[in-house]
Write a protein that binds this ligand. Structure first.
Ligand SMILES: [Zn+2]
Length: 432
């Protein structure tokens, strides 16, 4: 009995406190709001707060939402497919497509490219409010819904600034890896190897600790991001103590080429490395292919490279043979002139339009590395034939290309000086 009474008193006290708090709360509220203003004229912020709250609530209810999305383009994706996947009505997609067609011929989305989307859901319908992506390195496309239930399409070019970039380094396991570590774009490394491919056998000549320098143009957007590569202006290689400096020069006929310090073109009738030399790696100073060095077939040069590596015509000429050739497997032979021919064996497949009688340009892709015929692993077997006799392509002394003389030599000297100045400046900046 005593206990029950105690509990009742407790209840009364708690109840009293609650009432007191409520009264106090109302008192202060009335005081601060003054109750002079009716609730309809509540401050603007308060209204917004209600609005935000309700949007939040509705968002939760899934009636309306704004959804920002970045989509990465996958193999086989098209704009159409991406929008369908996002649940956009086909009628809306058609509207967008016809607007885009008015301004752009073809939209080629690249795998890995990013597409920005802003999607809105209204009355259970998924609508596109904004879509943007890059058409190429310099052009952006923006599409946004307007108030007339249609879309606006805007094409905006990025402003790109040309900058000179100098990379220098030491070749540790391959030119490709070492140059990439110095921030050189793969496209430029391949071009560098192509230029030196006239002079250097990238499988056998490159040594560990060989030094390189590449000076080239880059185009940066206003965020300082590189959008495009320009051309190589200067290329340097210290190959086993032999220094080769090459300068870009545009001759009287507007042909761009690379010339040594004394004005001799590096380009020769035939290349020493008729393959993507940048990708060849690992075995420094390899004299013979580890597996194929003593092959009976052998009187040629082997380049060990992954299957599918593009093979270039080492010189311009006419295809004399592009077919299966016994132990050589898939085989291409090019006749360059009355003296020289080159042959390429063990291909996995032929290049586009490579058949007997076709004309090819130096550097054109004639096929891809494989292991067809009598071969124990993917590699290019390359032969140079002089008067139809196989010769050692690596020892072959080819007449050098164009030799600048007279007035052209003078212009070249000026160009060379300007490039040297630029290089010195960039080297200084690198050290500081
Ligand atoms: Zn071989």
């Amino acid at each position: 009995m005593k206990n029950k009474k105690k509990i009742n008193i407790k209840k009364i006290i708690i109840f009293g406190i609650i009432i007191f708090i409520i009264i106090l709360f109302f008192y202060f509220n009335i005081k601060s709001n003054n109750f002079a203003k009716p609730i309809t004229s509540a401050p603007e912020e308060f209204k917004n707060e209600i609005k935000n709250f309700s949007t939040f609530f509705i968002n939760k209810n899934n009636n309306t939402f704004n959804n920002k999305k970045i989509i990465t383009v996958k193999s086989g994706d098209s704009l159409q497919r991406i929008l369908v996947k996002e649940g956009i009505d086909q009628k809306e997609i058609n509207k967008i497509n016809s607007l885009l067609k008015e301004k752009i011929k073809i939209i080629n989305l690249q795998i890995g490219q990013k597409i920005n989307l802003l999607i809105k859901k209204e009355n259970n319908k998924i609508l596109l409010s904004r879509l943007s992506f890059s058409l190429n390195e310099i052009t952006n496309i923006y599409i946004f819904a307007n108030s007339e239930e249609n879309y606006n399409v805007k094409i905006i070019d990025k402003i790109l600034e040309k900058k000179n970039f100098l990379a220098k380094g030491v070749i540790k396991n391959s030119l490709y890896n070492s140059a990439q570590q110095q921030g050189v774009d793969p496209e430029i490394i391949i071009e560098f190897a192509r230029i030196f491919g006239f002079e250097i056998d990238f499988q056998r000549d490159i040594r560990e600790n060989d030094e390189f320098q590449i000076l080239y143009e880059r185009f940066e957007d206003d965020d300082g991001e590189v959008q495009k590569n320009g051309e190589i202006i200067f290329a340097y290689l210290n190959n086993n103590g032999r220094e080769i400096s090459l300068y870009r020069y545009k001759d009287e006929k507007n042909n761009i080429g690379y010339y040594s310090q004394d004005g001799k073109s590096i380009e020769k009738a035939l290349m020493k490395t008729p393959i993507n030399g940048a990708r060849l790696s690992s075995s420094f100073g390899l004299r013979k292919h580890p597996i194929l060095g003593y092959n009976k077939l052998h009187q040629g040069t082997d380049f060990a490279a992954p299957k599918g590596t593009p093979i270039m015509a080492s010189g311009s000429g006419t295809i004399e043979m592009a077919s299966w050739n016994g132990a050589y497997g898939k085989y291409v032979r090019i006749r360059h002139n009355s003296t020289y021919k080159t042959a390429y064996a063990h291909l996995s497949r032929f290049g586009k339009n490579i058949r007997r009688g076709a004309k090819v340009q130096q550097g054109q892709i004639i096929g891809y590395v494989g292991s067809t015929g009598r071969s124990t692993g993917p590699h290019l077997h390359y032969e140079v034939l002089v008067q139809n006799k196989r010769v050692n392509s690596q020892r072959l002394k080819l007449p050098s290309g164009k030799n600048l003389v007279g007035k052209e030599k003078q212009i070249f000297e000026n160009t060379k000086e300007q490039i040297e100045e630029l290089r010195t400046k960039l080297l200084k900046e690198k050290i500081n």
